[in-house]
Design a protein. Structure first.
Length: 216
């Protein structure tokens, strides 16, 4: 679809003819805006379902935090044990209880294990920053309020909102056929099939970057 202006003030959308002759009629800017707003209703999450999913996300985060803390404790204990063995082996080498060659081989193995444990601890630290939960909650709340926000925003903000939710749209004289970004495509399927269990299994990912143009 492309735009054209009539009398320097009336904006219409029409097929560009890029793929040949097209029977899709022209639409006014307000007609297109209304149709695009309607498709946001298709990702609406009922308030009670939204609350259940958010509670499920919080429970999942709490379980993950407990599991991570238990793993952290095990790793820190193992790291402490490795360092004790390294110190003891050094003392044994100085005392002549073990050979230089044996000490060097054992130290290489322990240093490698020490490095692996430290990498695992750093990975736990990054995994527990809470950003994923915040992203998931933002996505769910956006789906819940998308249509209301669309109706209350100007055309520039409407375009940004559509870019967050949609990859593209096809349109004919009867219907609009949206392609949703992930995970809004999963939310759309849940709404369409009325498959709301309250489980937090939407595989929510960070929102896509904002843009000011309508999906093309």
């Amino acid at each position: 679809m492309t735009t054209e202006k009539k009398k320097d003030k009336y904006v219409y959308y029409r097929c560009s003819g890029y793929r040949g002759k097209c029977d899709t009629p022209r639409f006014t800017e307000s007609e297109v805006s209304e149709r695009l707003g309607e498709i946001l209703k298709a990702i609406y999450i009922p308030d009670d379902v939204l609350k259940r999913i958010e509670n499920s996300l919080l429970r999942h985060q709490e379980r993950s935090h407990r599991d991570s803390e238990a793993q952290r404790t095990r790793l820190e204990q193992r790291l402490a044990n490795v360092r004790v063995m390294m110190d003891k082996a050094y003392d044994d080498k100085l005392s002549g209880n073990i050979t230089e060659d044996f000490w060097q081989r054992r130290m290489n193995a322990w240093r490698n294990e020490e490095q692996q444990i430290q990498m695992a601890l750093d990975g736990l630290k990054e995994a527990n920053n809470g950003d994923r939960l915040l992203d998931a909650k933002k996505i769910l709340e956006l789906a819940n309020k998308a249509h209301f926000l669309y109706l209350t925003q100007n055309s520039t903000e409407q375009a940004r909102l559509l870019k967050l939710v949609l990859l593209n749209c096809a349109i004919d004289e009867v219907s609009v056929y949206p392609s949703y970004r992930k995970p809004f495509d999963l939310i759309f399927q849940r709404v369409k099939n009325e498959e709301w269990s309250g489980r937090a299994d939407l595989n929510c990912r960070p929102l896509a970057p904002q843009a000011s143009a309508l999906p093309g």
